[in-house]
Design a protein around this ligand. Structure first.
Ligand SMILES: C[S@@+](CC[C@H](N)C(=O)[O-])C[C@H]1O[C@@H](n2cnc3c(N)ncnc32)[C@H](O)[C@@H]1O
Length: 290
């Protein structure tokens, strides 16, 4: 399952989830199914959700015995409804491993990567009607500036927004590499490096998939699904996500709903980062329900 996506913090997830045979778990971000597979191997019963049909199809083709596994294509913002529909209304643990999978990033036609030529798409859910190209070509300069600043935390948001608006007056921006070049030309020269495109692509991806809103909505719903001493484990990959998780856990704790298990986020060790560069920005937080 490594070819689809290399799971991050695998052992840490299993131990913080305290996986036990016969108990129920929800993997809210199935991806290549690495975490799900390990929970199954330890005897857990798993409801696994992904908004991307590719993930569901891949795992269905890899896991022959689906006995203790329920696969659902859906958005985790609807976790309450999905869980109730499949008999997972009280569970021992829920995992969120946020962001995109390597499969999504590496498939040029999905349009997530500025290093691969592809259409500016970036939808995790292929049923969504709005693509990244729609945002890039339709938003006003002011709206693009806000997008890059707020969702990309980009210092040169204004210069990049101007470059995008000038470029699209000649012809609509259609591909990932076209956009990456425009961003690099638009950013002040001495800052013009690969990271510039990273932040702009991050901002677009978050907007297209409404990622921050989905995360905010799902955390309280997930807490409701946990049984006593059940655990919520969330792995995030950038500060905007991590802030939402940190604030939600603090709010739950102040409301006496349970306790924060990780005072500081858990991060991958050097061994893991050496083997899997994409793990380097992972931060895991854990909350236990009272
Ligand atoms: C980092 S990958 C998960 C990798 C997985 N834990 C593994 O070990 O292979 C994140 C997955 O979450 C999915 N995803 C992101 N946002 C989602 C949402 N709101 N609802 C459901 N799935 C989502 C993505 O489509 C992607 O497949």
């Amino acid at each position: 399952m490594d070819t689809y996506h290399k799971s991050v913090l695998l052992q840490e997830v299993l131990s913080f989830l305290k996986v036990e045979g016969g108990k129920k778990y929800i993997d809210a971000t199935l991806g290549g199914g690495g975490h799900t597979k390990k929970i199954l191997e330890l005897g857990g019963e798993v409801l696994s959700i992904d908004v991307d049909q590719d993930a569901i199809d891949y795992v269905r083709s890899k896991i022959k015995d689906l006995g203790r596994l329920t696969l659902v294509r859906g958005n985790f913002k609807d976790i309450g409804e999905i869980a109730r529909l499949h008999g997972f209304e009280k569970v021992a643990g829920i995992l969120f491993d946020l962001g995109v999978s390597s499969h999504q990033l590496d498939t040029a036609s999905r349009g997530f990567s500025f290093q691969k030529e592809g259409p500016l798409d970036m939808r995790m859910d292929k049923n969504l009607s709005l693509k990244a190209a729609d945002l890039i070509n339709v938003l006003t300069k002011g709206e693009l500036y806000e997008l890059y600043r707020r969702l990309g935390e980009e210092r040169h948001a204004r210069a990049i927004a101007s470059a995008v608006v000038s470029a699209r007056q000649i012809k609509p921006i259609a591909t990932t590499t076209e956009l990456a070049k425009i961003v690099q030309l638009g950013a002040p020269k001495k800052f013009s490096n690969i990271n510039q495109a990273t932040k702009v692509f991050q901002a677009l991806r978050i907007a297209v998939n409404d990622e921050l809103n989905s995360l905010e909505v799902t955390l309280p719903k997930s807490l409701d699904l946990l049984e006593k001493e059940g655990r919520l484990v969330v792995i995030s990959f950038h500060s905007l996500e991590d802030r939402i998780v940190k604030n939600a856990f603090r709010f739950f704790s102040n409301a006496k709903k349970g306790k924060i298990i990780t005072k500081k986020p858990i991060t991958p060790n050097w061994e893991e980062i050496k083997k899997n560069k994409r793990s380097r920005s992972a931060r895991m937080r854990v909350f236990e329900k009272l």
